[in-house]
Ligand binder design. Structure first.
Ligand SMILES: CC(C)(COP(=O)(O)OP(=O)(O)OC[C@H]1O[C@@H](n2cnc3c(N)ncnc32)[C@H](O)[C@@H]1OP(=O)(O)O)[C@@H](O)C(=O)NCCC(=O)NCCS
Length: 144
């Protein structure tokens, strides 16, 4: 199955928190060993979220858009990676950031994922730093 069989939809924390928690728990807490208190940082209710679902409606990935135009918490279940699902979620949130009037979309990329974001028009915009034991760099993409 490819990303063409997947649908990305806008989600919100009040309605979809259980699904979003399940996806992010699997990817960040279990796989990447991010401590729970860092993962659940208290700003999810203020964010717009996106969920990718497979052809049967099962959730396979997600991400969020902060009120300031930052995209974050990009997560695709391991067995679904490399098929364009992450790219589809990212483009969905870039379009949402543009629709909300942001001039620039920003994100803090884990350094291993920089080529993934570069393929979607983001450029590195800062030095490497550590967050939750994982090296990161700021990236941005102009929207106008
Ligand atoms: C990063 C992530 C969201 C990408 O999702 P995905 O569905 O695999 O992405 P896509 O299939 O749309 O794109 C993958 C492409 O990016 C490239 N890429 C480069 N570095 C990559 C990386 N670290 N992870 C995934 N893809 C990477 C792949 O080679 C692939 O290119 P190709 O299509 O030319 O083969 C997913 O790997 C993931 O959830 N990783 C664990 C959590 C994480 O690290 N999140 C990012 C936090 S900044």
């Amino acid at each position: 199955m490819s990303a063409h069989d997947c649908k990305v939809r806008t989600a919100d924390w009040a309605r979809d928190d259980e699904t979003l928690r399940r996806l992010r728990h699997a990817v960040f807490v279990v796989e990447q060993k991010v401590p729970e208190d860092l993962e659940w940082d208290g700003i999810d209710a203020d964010c717009e979220h996106a969920i990718a679902e497979d052809g049967a409606g099962s959730p396979v990935g997600c991400a969020r858009l902060l009120p300031d135009g930052h995209i974050g918490r990009m997560a695709v279940l391991r067995e679904w990676r490399g098929r364009g699902v992450g790219g589809a979620i990212l483009e969905h949130l870039v379009a949402r950031a543009r629709a909300r009037g942001h001039a620039v979309a920003r994100l803090n990329a884990q350094t291993h994922a920089i080529p993934f974001y570069e393929a979607h028009g983001f450029a590195v915009a800062g030095d490497e730093y550590d967050d939750a034991g994982i090296p990161h760099r700021a990236m941005e993409r102009a929207l106008r």
